[in-house]
Design a protein around this ligand. Structure first.
Ligand SMILES: [Zn+2]
Length: 208
């Protein structure tokens, strides 16, 4: 992705401290993602609009720097003084976000987190709708799990290799139990490990 510079006159600042990031979507109703992106930048570039955000991220994952990170952008009324703001293009509430938008947003948030020292969690990353009951952005199609990569991966873990490993461990423990020189305590520990380890792991990953 790349960032272009599209300065807005709608800012104040500098920001004295940064608590986190308000995530927005544009909802301009443009007929295409491309025109939505351009219209948003034009709107923010107009002093008459009195609104802005620090960044705008288009559907293709490229974005614009609209207000310098250190300054106060005008995106969330009483939160402006202490919160960064980023807009994702989303012409209507029914338009899905792209993987490229998530990736660009994630990269930006990581950069801001490192610069301003806030963690990337749901206390420091908020939806506009969460701080302003009049707003609905970024809306139901925005996935925090996807953004923060906390959703289960689509590809299951390498199950065959896990099963192989468990079977090897089971074999070793069985050998210990069969070893006539092993003490009763060691044999009990081996049985314990088989039950609490191998069996429980297999249950947990749905094999038993
Ligand atoms: Zn908003």
């Amino acid at each position: 992705m790349s960032w272009e510079s599209r300065n807005s006159p709608n800012h104040s600042g500098p920001r004295r401290r940064t608590l986190g990031v308000v995530i927005h979507s544009t909802r301009g109703g443009a007929p295409s993602q491309e025109t939505e992106y351009m219209a948003t930048l034009n709107w923010f570039a107009s002093s008459g609009s009195q609104v802005s955000a620090h960044r705008v991220i288009g559907h293709d994952g490229d974005g614009a720097i609209v207000v310098d990170d250190a300054l106060i952008a005008w995106h969330a009324t009483d939160h402006n003084a202490e919160w960064l703001g980023v807009e994702l293009t989303e012409p209507t509430i029914n338009d899905p976000y792209s993987d490229e938008q998530y990736a660009a947003l994630r990269g930006l948030l990581q950069e801001w987190s490192a610069t301003y020292g806030f963690p990337l969690d749901r206390e420091h990353l908020v939806a506009h709708s969460e701080i302003n009951s009049q707003k609905t952005d970024p809306g139901p199609l925005f996935s925090w799990e996807k953004l923060l990569q906390t959703e289960a991966p689509e590809e299951a873990t390498d199950m065959p290799s896990i099963v192989d490993s468990l079977n090897v461990i089971w074999e070793k423990l069985s050998q210990i139990q069969a070893d006539s020189s092993a003490s009763t305590t060691v044999k009990e520990l081996a049985e314990d490990a088989k039950q609490k380890g191998v069996v429980e792991i297999k249950k947990a990953i749905g094999l038993q």
